[in-house]
Write a protein that binds this ligand. Sequence first.
Ligand code: NAD
Ligand code: UDP
Length: 318
Amino acid sequence: MRVAVTGGGGFLGSHLCEALLRRGDEVVCLDDFSTGDPANISPFLGMPGFELVRGDVSRSVEVRGTVDAVAHLASPASPPDYLRRPLETLAVGSRGTENALRLAARHEARFVLASTSEVYGDPEVHPQDETYWGHVNPVGPRSVYDEAKRFAEALTEAYRTNRGTNTGIVRIFNTYGPRMRPHDGRVVSSFVVQALAGEPLTVYGDGKQTRSFCYVDDLVRGILAMLDNDEPGPVNLGNPVELTVMQLARMVLDLTGSQAEIQHHPLPVDDPTRRRPDITRAARRLGWTPDVGIEEGLRRTVEWFASRPADIAAALSA
Ligand code: NAD
Ligand code: UDP
């Protein structure tokens, strides 16, 4: 296959590019590096099956030659990133998604949208399965991300029903692992960087809010399964093991052997109180379940960050 990956220079996108290349597919990576890092894909530059197209996919998505599949991952994903870039986030969720869908429609290619558990907002149903419509504040600060993704889902569905495009939607739950930016502000990268540096761990609120964390290799296997399938979705992809933020902080302290203290900070507005995926549909329709437990995944993540002390120092001084 020749696969266009928008956002291929980011955390998840670069792992997806790598997995596609490893199994012999060709990859066209489209990225403006607004929240990605060129270092993520620099090892692939010069490989015969890899091509990089630098640019904003909200403006255009142009690819030379044909493509068999489009994976649309371009979008800021970390709350500090999308709160800093609200209009760009709305643009890439709407115009960017339409440009990516047009590319897929033009080539009669499979299209997979990277949607998010944030479409469920602060959920009143627990755990969340795909039939739940969500509880989103349409004018709260997070809405630029949540509503952009909800619109992207609607647009994807409309291309499927009106244009006959072979689309699929995955709703990704919190994912972590190597290549997260040390200063991206997400909870796993923040805690690991803080613990390794012996700085206080910044727990927002009382830390009783929950998330369910999926290791990146598992998640990428799920996206590949969706690319290889005609399943329309939406399909939740995530690891259903649920932790409070305090439990995560303690686990990171244990794994790093850090003596850092825990410091409480105000809870961000509209921060979801709990989140856990029901992954029955992914198991049934894609044959997908995650393999990597939180301790093992965190251990690999800690190891990766620990091998980059200069990045950690730069992140802490930023
Ligand atoms: P990331 O910020 O590391 O990667 C996003 C990539 O998209 C970056 O390389 C960025 O430069 C690129 N990008 C953003 N806007 C662009 C634009 N207009 N034009 C071209 N490129 C652009 O984030 P990530 O964690 O890798 O997330 C990837 C996708 O997965 C996103 O769509 C995100 O919403 C979704 N997702 C991720 C998670 C997670 O936990 N990581 C959870 C739910 C959904
Ligand atoms: N969080 C925290 N400290 C941090 C960063 C995040 O306590 O330094 C909390 C945040 O309030 C949320 C959870 O961790 O309840 C997950 O946050 P993240 O930004 O990683 O993902 P999202 O909110 O998008 O699920």
